[in-house]
Design a protein around this ligand. Structure first.
Ligand code: ZN
Length: 472
């Protein structure tokens, strides 16, 4: 894993003989504190060598001489973490046309988010955008994607309608052949269709993730092999002592399109929370390795629409989208009581995430942006703060966006840790995130695919986005 100063010196001499190039081939950080996202420990005063887009070596000390081929950055005791992953985004979703790829993807990078799991959108657009990023035409994160949602109802550019088991199976086959990374399901799927999707996914060895439909219990979804549950869907219901009765009411409300009763139903689940039932459920989720992506920041943003002092980062949101996010418009049909219920529910979800984490249920950080007031990039840092509020240690919160996504994606040999042979995706911070999770926002530099973006570059990227967003 680590090599000595002598080896570093050898690299230095070796590369000095190579032909000169415009961009230095090797980037070396000295005097840097590496955050070990496996153990939660800090390795102080290290040297990190980056070459060919990869972490080439890590050493305790090194005698390094700068040359045309070697750029040495003295990190002066700053803190290096692996590039962050946002495990729930919609980067080509609802308002995609306004979110130009040159706005949304650089916004992730400027915030140290070097990987995203796209949870639903137009597959052709997503594949095109991913290709642009990989070819270097657009600055953006690594992307794993599911393509369209599987949902009841009608098909459109972002959705494949699955209204019976045969359609469910066919959708899995079609998407597997298309080469998506996983299958994403939404809430309004019938029970037989859900089970058919689960079975077909198992057969074709492709993962399925998403909401837990109201027709299926969380225990059943976990047992059926759903790999991640988004937004804690179905969890409160599954923890209720009146689960069966509330589920029936919920399905009735849905059939009548009575969304008011539907959200009241979730509050009733809160008031009938049974901690013994909850404990049994959490043990099962842990045993089945069913991951949670609670997207607490989405609930928090939704509960605080219309609060005074809108966040500064709204300036990076396309102007036309900002118009859609007008609180007066968004809240035109929402009563003050409903708003209070949303706030109550948002804090209950934070408590629920804490209780589940306490029982060792595995978690990943996701934002569900861009949605009203969930700004890509920025919102992931807010999610980490909410996870700490829920009871995660700073190290555990950081893991949900680094080590854990890499583990979940079976890509620990590429991402999630700062170790030799990994992709050179890292974020240099001006504060220790193990002491204060808010320090993930004190970004001094971002390294993605081995390319170095110091603060000055990041600020230029951000002002470019601001300018473009004003015109969109
Ligand atoms: Zn979503």
């Amino acid at each position: 894993m680590k090599f000595s100063a002598a080896v570093l010196l050898f690299i230095n001499l070796f590369t000095l003989q190579a032909a000169p190039a415009a961009d230095p081939e090797t980037l070396i950080f000295t005097n840097v504190n590496i955050v070990d996202t496996r153990s939660g420990n800090l390795e102080r005063n290290m040297t990190v060598v980056i070459k060919n887009g990869q972490i080439d070596g890590i050493a305790k000390v090194g005698l390094i001489q700068e040359s045309r081929k070697i750029r040495v950055v003295n990190a002066n005791g700053k803190f290096l973490i692996p590039g962050l992953w946002d495990m729930h985004v919609h980067s080509a979703g609802g308002s995609a046309p306004a979110w130009d790829e040159k706005i949304i993807y650089p916004l992730y990078i400027a915030n140290g988010v070097t990987g995203v799991r796209d949870m639903g959108g137009d597959p052709a657009l997503l594949e095109k955008r991913r290709e642009h990023i990989e070819r270097g035409q657009v600055l953006g994160p690594h992307m794993v994607l599911g393509g369209p949602f599987l949902a009841g109802g009608k098909s459109d550019s972002q959705t494949i309608a699955v209204n019976n088991p045969a359609e469910g199976r066919q959708a899995v086959v079609t998407l597997k052949n298309r080469g998506v990374d996983f299958i994403k399901i939404l809430s309004n799927i019938t029970r037989p269709t859900y089970m058919a999707i689960a079975e077909e996914a198992r057969k074709l060895k492709i993962r399925f993730v998403g909401h837990v439909p109201d027709t299926v219990s969380v225990e059943e979804a976990s047992a059926a092999g759903q790999r991640s549950i988004e937004h804690l869907t179905g969890i409160l219901l599954a923890c209720s002592s009146r689960e069966a009765e509330l589920r029936q009411q919920r399905l009735d409300a849905l059939a009548k399109k009575d969304f008011k009763s539907y959200s009241e139903n979730e509050m009733q689940a809160v008031s009938t929370y049974n901690s013994v039932k909850a404990h049994h459920l959490f043990v099962e989720l842990t045993d089945n390795n069913t991951w949670q992506v609670p997207t607490l920041v989405w609930d928090s943003a939704d509960a605080h629409i219309g609060d005074p002092d809108p966040p500064d980062e709204l300036k990076y949101v396309p102007a036309s989208v900002r118009k859609q996010w007008d609180p007066a418009k968004l809240l035109s049909a929402t009563t003050p009581e409903e708003m209070a219920a949303k706030k109550e529910l948002a804090s209950r979800y934070i408590e629920l995430a804490g209780a589940m984490h306490h029982a060792d249920v595995p978690f990943m950080a996701g934002s569900d942006g861009p949605d009203p007031f969930v700004v890509p990039g920025f919102s992931l840092h807010e999610e980490l703060e909410l996870l700490v509020q829920a009871g995660f240690s700073n190290a555990e919160a950081l893991q949900t966006a680094t080590f854990s996504p890499a583990l979940f994606l079976a890509k620990l040999d590429h991402y999630g840790v700062i170790e030799k042979g990994r992709e050179a995706d890292m974020v240099l911070l001006d504060g220790n995130p193990l002491e204060e999770i808010g320090n993930t926002q004190k970004i001094v530099a971002v390294i993605v695919r081995g390319k170095y973006y110091p603060r000055g570059e990041l600020d230029k990227i951000l002002s470019g986005i601001e300018e473009a967003a004003a015109k969109e």
